[in-house]
Design a protein around this ligand. Structure first.
Ligand code: ZN
Length: 237
């Protein structure tokens, strides 16, 4: 089975990273957003294999504000979000923000969840490492939920995600990644709705799961919407 057919077992539709960003740019351009009048913000994992998506976004939208934390969690908070908003172009009194929010998962050539190879390393690696570590703690039954001063982001990740997982249930890595996607979107939306001035701002929120294949990266489970003049419209993928 070729690799894209393996991905179709897990995702309804798959895009390359370039096609995902290009498609969303084309849709948003029709709605008044462009690289000249908008600021993009990115909330993805810190993992270096995730940064290709930032590079594509930078190429198409220009330099993007970085809201990222381990796992792609949104921990930049209202302060981080407000900074991104204050950096947006102001064109005739109107500001436009484009948010990309995506956790990630590796899927190897045989369809194994979480498995990837990294350049210069012989042994197999994992992605997302933060989510794999959290899942391993749940599996072994020794979940440490203390707030560790020297492991702040992972402590926050575990505490936040656990609130969304039914008691006693241990999701597989794909389910955990989908839960993470919903949490990132929910937390980002909450912060946006708390501080945005909808009278002068339009914005778009684009989400998906970044997938690391054996040769390149993809995006699956995509969804998104725009809010223009305070009216929400879903983006059709
Ligand atoms: Zn990660």
């Amino acid at each position: 089975m070729d690799y894209e057919n393996i991905l179709k077992k897990y995702f309804d539709s798959i895009y390359t990273e370039v096609d995902f960003v290009k498609k969303t740019y084309a849709v948003l351009k029709e709605l008044g957003f462009s690289d000249e009048n908008s600021i993009a913000s990115v909330c993805i994992c810190r993992d270096e294999i995730s940064q290709s998506l930032r590079s594509v976004i930078k190429h198409i939208w220009g330099e993007a504000f970085n809201l990222s934390s381990l796992g792609g969690m949104f921990f930049a908070g209202q302060t981080g979000l407000a900074a991104a908003m204050h950096h947006a172009p102001n064109v005739n009194g109107r500001e436009r923000y484009v948010y990309f929010a995506l956790p990630h998962i590796a899927i190897d050539k045989d369809g194994r969840l979480g498995a990837c190879m990294r350049t210069g390393r012989e042994e197999e690696s994992t992605a997302c490492g933060a989510l794999c570590a959290f899942q391993k703690e749940m599996t072994t039954g020794s979940l440490n939920l203390s707030m560790d001063d020297i492991d702040l982001e992972q402590s926050l990740l575990k505490r936040r995600l656990l609130r969304e997982i039914p008691y006693g249930h241990i999701p597989d890595l794909l389910e955990l990644t989908k839960i993470t996607q919903r949490v990132i979107q929910k937390d980002l939306e909450h912060a946006i709705n708390t501080i945005i001035d909808k009278a002068k701002s339009d914005y778009a929120l684009l989400t998906g799961i970044q997938i690391h294949g054996p040769d390149t990266n993809y995006v699956g489970n995509v969804s998104g919407y725009v809010v223009v003049n305070n009216v929400r419209e879903e983006i059709k993928f």
